[in-house]
Design a protein around this ligand. Structure first.
Ligand SMILES: Nc1ncnc2c1ncn2[C@@H]1O[C@H](COP(=O)(O)OP(=O)(O)O)[C@@H](O)[C@H]1O
Ligand SMILES: N[C@@H](CCOP(=O)(O)O)C(=O)O
Length: 317
């Protein structure tokens, strides 16, 4: 990430006191992630993750925080936010909305293999099923409406050939989204950003999934496509890795088989998922925010992924 907002040990202690989480012994800004300010806070009771939300508002945040509590209550491995004695999950620190969650065990598997993809596929399907009875609703704030708003903003920064690709793909996705097959895709709360760096493994065991701050109600197929485009590709070329893709799809479908419409629209949703992150990376790259630690993501990666998904649409067996 990024540390957009600096927090002192005394300021962190104030929040830990409200949550009865002990005395702060160490506070470390986390480098990794891009949206929010994150710190590891070690106290006499353990290590926690403190997040200050840099873009999301007090009105938007209850959806994410209650969603993770809901999923955790159903046995999905996610770090549920800590609550105070009044049951409050959302606090204010340095004038920003803030929350504290448990630190997951393990580390991210940045070069996932078949067993990691198999576990993730199953966890994703279980997460989709577990979210079905979650009562709050909020759209995917990085969905089609945002793409339509943001493409004109980034267009002027990129060369003409890429402008054409971006505009043609956006038009294609607007057409897909108004089709009758799309209207029949199953929807629910989805993570929408479940990349390799948003899951933890202890050895080959998935210990948890985190960073739900792009979650929203969208199609399950979009969520699955985001995952495939990150976990099942060769990062250098953007090409799909057949063995990892087969493992992820098989394990996902062992919990929830894809519908006929989902099978038909998977190639388009893989393109949609690539477009979504190409747009956000262009936006972050050309219109960056001030931060004391920030590693911007490379937009050309998702340009390659999109081109690869267009050139060779996935064939389901
Ligand atoms: N609950 C957690 N347990 C362990 N590590 C975490 C947890 N939440 C965040 N992290 C660490 O912080 C990094 C940045 O978090 P992330 O949520 O991806 O940031 P951002 O919200 O800015 O995208 C992660 O890559 C991970 O190393
Ligand atoms: N996964 C997105 C960026 C979102 O940042 P994250 O650190 O919250 O995952 C990308 O790779 O562009």
């Amino acid at each position: 990430m990024a540390v957009y907002t600096e927090v002192s040990p005394q300021e962190a202690q104030g929040l830990m006191d409200q949550l009865h989480l002990g005395s702060v012994t160490a506070l470390q800004g986390i480098q990794g992630g891009i949206e929010n300010t994150n710190y590891f806070v070690t106290t006499s009771q353990g290590t926690f993750v403190l997040t200050l939300f840099e873009r999301l508002t007090q009105e938007q945040l209850p959806f994410y925080l209650h969603l993770t509590r809901h999923l955790a209550s159903k046995g999905i491995p996610v770090p549920a936010p800590k609550q105070d004695s009044q049951g409050q999950l959302l606090f204010t620190l340095k004038g920003k909305p803030a929350a504290v969650v448990d630190k997951l065990e393990g580390s991210s598997q940045l070069a996932p293999q078949v067993p990691h993809c198999a576990q993730l596929g199953q966890a994703l399907a279980r997460m989709h099923m577990a979210g079905q009875d979650f009562e709050m609703s909020q759209p995917n704030l990085r969905g089609l409406a945002w793409w339509n708003e943001t493409v004109p903003v980034v267009l002027g920064y990129i060369p003409a050939t890429l402008q054409t690709l971006l505009q043609v793909e956006l038009a294609h996705q607007n057409a897909v989204a108004s089709s009758s097959a799309y209207a029949q895709l199953p929807c629910g709360p989805v993570h929408a950003d479940l990349f390799r760096d948003n899951a933890m493994f202890v050895g080959e065991r998935l210990s948890g999934v985190f960073d739900f701050y792009f979650a929203g109600v969208d199609t399950w197929l979009f969520d699955l496509s985001v995952v495939i485009n990150d976990w099942c590709i060769d990062l250098a070329t953007g090409q799909l890795d057949e063995a990892r893709l087969a493992a992820l799809l098989e394990s996902y479908q062992s919990v929830r088989p894809l519908t006929q419409h989902e099978r038909a629209l998977l190639p388009d949703m893989l393109r949609a998922a690539a477009l979504r992150f190409w747009i956000s990376r262009l936006w972050d790259f050309y219109l960056p925010r001030e931060a004391s630690m920030l590693l911007p993501h490379d937009p050309t990666h998702f340009e390659r992924v999109l081109k690869a998904r267009i050139a060779k649409p996935v064939q389901l067996r």
